[in-house]
Every structure is written in C-alpha cells, then in structure tokens.
Design a protein around this ligand. Structure first.
Ligand code: DHB
Length: 393
C-alpha cells in the first residue's frame, strides 16, 4: 500500500511541476497581442493620439477577452519616421510575437512594414495611411482608413457643376498627395474643367506662403488641397491671411484639410469650405452620436476625427477575425476572416473588399458650418459604396 501511494504522490508532484513549468507558456498562448505602431510624438502626433484613444475606447466597450483570449494592446511610438516603424515592427514580431500589427500613421511607415508582414505572415491592419498602392504591398495588409483616389473623385464631380471651372492643385509631395493630385485633376479634366497648375509642397515642415502667393497670381476659381492630418490649420490660416477668398478663389479639398481634430480652432475663415471625405464627427447617425459622445467623455472632450474612426473600425475587424477563427487562427486565417467583413461604422456602412483587402465606403460632400457655436463638416450629399478607384487598372 505504502509504495504505490508514494509513487502516486511522486507522479502527482511531477505532473504538478510540469504543469507549473507549462503555466507561463499556457498563459502566453491565451494572450492575443496587437502591436499598434503610431506616431505619438512629432508632426503626426495627433494621428497617434486619435487612433490610440479610439482603440482603447473600442476595448473598453467590447471587453478584452475574445474567443477565450486576453487581448493585449502594445503601443509603440515611431515618431512618424519609417525606419523607426520598421524597427519597432520587427521587435514586435520577433520579441513580443504579436498576432497582429496595426496603426501606420503615414504611407512611408506602412510601406516600410509591409515586407515584414509578408515574411512573418502577420496581418497588418492599416488604420491611417491612405495611398492607394499600400494594399498591394503585401497580401497581409487590410485597410480600414480610406484612399485618396476614393476621397478625391467625388469632389471633382461636384466642382464643375458648382461654378468651379478652373483649379490649381496643391498637395503634399508624397504618396497620398500624388494620388490626390492625379485622381482629382484627371477627373476635373474629364468633367470639362481645367487644371491650371499642379503644385507640390514638401511633406515635412512645409511653408505654404510662396505656393499660396503663386495661386493668388494664377487666380483659379478654386484651389484643391491635400495635406495630411494635422497640417490643415496652417493652410487655412495662411489662405485667409492672404485674402485669397476675398480675391474670389475658393478652397476645396479632401476632408484631411478640415480635420475634425483641429477644425473648431480654425476660426470663421473656414466657414463654407467644401470637402469630400468618408467621416465627419457630425455624421447624423445614432451610432456616430454614441461614438462621438463616448470618445469625448473618455478623452477630455477631444473630438474624434477620421483617424479615430480608422482605428476604431480596425479594432472591430481584428476582434471579429479573432472571434470567427475561434482564437485558433494564424496570420493567414486571420486575414481570410478579415476579408469581406461588413458592418456599420460611425461613418456609415463599410466593408472590406475580399479581393483587394481595402475598405469600401460612402464618400460624403460636406460644407463647414457653425452649429451651436462649433464648426463642423456638415454632410450635404453622399456617393454610396465607393471602391478605391486606384485599383481599377
Ligand atoms: C496619410 C496621412 C494623413 O495624415 C492623411 O490625412 C492621409 C494620408 C498618409 O501618409 O497616407
């Protein structure tokens, strides 16, 4: 009797020891890690602040346990330098063994990480960057933001019907700006309009003054602008200071220029500016009202902008992919589960095109108006279910 009991005890102890050793690994297996790489400081810091806040709001509202896994968000600041984005993504893949990479505040960051996503088979959920070609840089890229061609063409259809026959375009000289210039200008010409000149300003620390002076001399009916999130207020200020509007030149652009993050501080000079985009904090749906309220409550009254919505919906896409793969999927299964997702976002109905992995969404025409003493992009027309025109070759 004695011996078997002690042998049993010994076996039980051995099993316990093994279980103890295995425990950290088990705990690790039960964690689902999202590596969120964003510009938290530097020129693009508002993008990082908006997306991180939105991701945290999504988790607060939806819990941090999905399919039996504990979702962990690891936020890294790339200061919007693509070499940093690449280095941080590499560390997240190799050391932290993240299940998904996400964020990507600017196009060069997304393009720097895409090859790593491919090599490591890690889904890369692009929540901000908006150059058309990004989804083609890796089969592991899924985008929840927008593309510049998608946002631009609606405005080029609106402009000639609304008294704007001649334009000058002014864009930041890199991926999204070049996309905006190409697609807006071609569509204007196609619609019988005239592009007098296409100007490009440096992406980093731009001085808009000499470019605006040139536009003033050229006297187009309108100036079409694309600048990345965060740069809009400077353009608006200089446009007003130079009396461009009084000289009869209208400012139009993609909604990046009347960014909700800054709009309310731009002053009344921005009233009446027409833009086209996929999200306005004033979008009049119940879901959006709830989103804006909850976001503001959680963030000292900060108004969510289009970056926040890209982050919020990106989290939804990741959560649903984890849920539908029952927590058992690797990178390929997760991407497969992201394709074709269709849902109501604060911006309206959206879906992830199963072929291109890019977002398909409504594009709105909006005009800056004052409501209850605050400036908003008020939607006045919509083009439904717009696919990225940059993909149609
Ligand atoms: C990109 C960055 C932005 O801030 C924006 O508003 C649009 C596009 C980009 O780098 O892709």
């Amino acid at each position: 009797m004695q011996a078997p009991t002690s042998r049993r005890t010994a076996l039980t102890l051995a099993a316990a020891a093994l279980a103890g050793l295995a425990a950290p690994a088990m705990a690790q297996d039960n964690v689902f890690k999202i590596g969120l790489v964003l510009p938290m400081t530097g020129q693009q810091a508002t993008t990082g602040r908006q997306i991180e806040a939105a991701a945290r709001l999504y988790m607060a509202q939806n819990g941090d346990t999905v399919a039996g896994k504990k979702v962990q968000l690891i936020v890294k600041d790339d200061t919007s330098l693509p070499d940093q984005t690449r280095r941080l993504a590499q560390e997240l893949i190799v050391n932290d063994k993240v299940n998904v990479l996400a964020g990507m505040g600017i196009t060069p960051s997304a393009l720097a990480v895409a090859p790593l996503a491919t090599q490591s088979k890690t889904p890369l959920v692009v929540m901000a960057a908006a150059t058309s070609s990004i989804t083609e840089a890796s089969p592991f890229v899924v985008r929840t933001s927008f593309t510049l061609p998608q946002a631009s063409v609606a405005l080029a259809d609106w402009a000639p019907k609304n008294g704007i026959k001649t334009v000058v375009s002014l864009v930041s000289d890199y991926g999204p700006g070049i996309d905006a210039e190409k697609f807006f200008n071609a569509r204007m010409v196609n619609n019988g309009g005239k592009v007098i000149e296409a100007l490009r300003v440096p992406m980093r620390n731009p001085d808009f003054a000499p470019f605006l002076q040139k536009v003033r001399d050229l006297k187009p009916d309108a100036l079409f602008v694309f600048v990345p999130s965060g740069a809009g207020a400077a353009v608006m200020k200089q446009f007003s200071e130079r009396g461009m509007d009084k000289a009869g030149i209208k400012l139009i652009g993609t909604g990046d220029v009347t960014d909700d993050d800054q709009l309310n501080d731009m002053g009344d000079g921005v009233l009446g500016v027409v833009t086209s985009h996929h999200y306005s904090a004033a979008h009049p749906s119940e879901l959006n009202k709830k989103f804006v309220d909850a976001f503001q409550k959680a963030n000292k009254n900060l108004r969510p902008n289009f970056m926040a919505v890209g982050g919020y919906d990106g989290m939804r896409v990741i959560y649903e992919a984890l849920r539908s793969t029952k927590g058992a999927g690797g990178g390929e299964a997760l991407v497969a589960a992201m394709k074709g997702q269709i849902f109501e976002s604060p911006r309206g109905k959206i879906y992830i095109d199963a072929q291109t992995r890019d977002v398909v969404q409504d594009i709105y025409l909006r005009k800056v108006e004052k409501k209850d003493g605050q400036l908003f992009n008020v939607e006045f027309d919509v083009i439904k279910d717009v696919k990225d025109p940059g993909k149609a070759k």
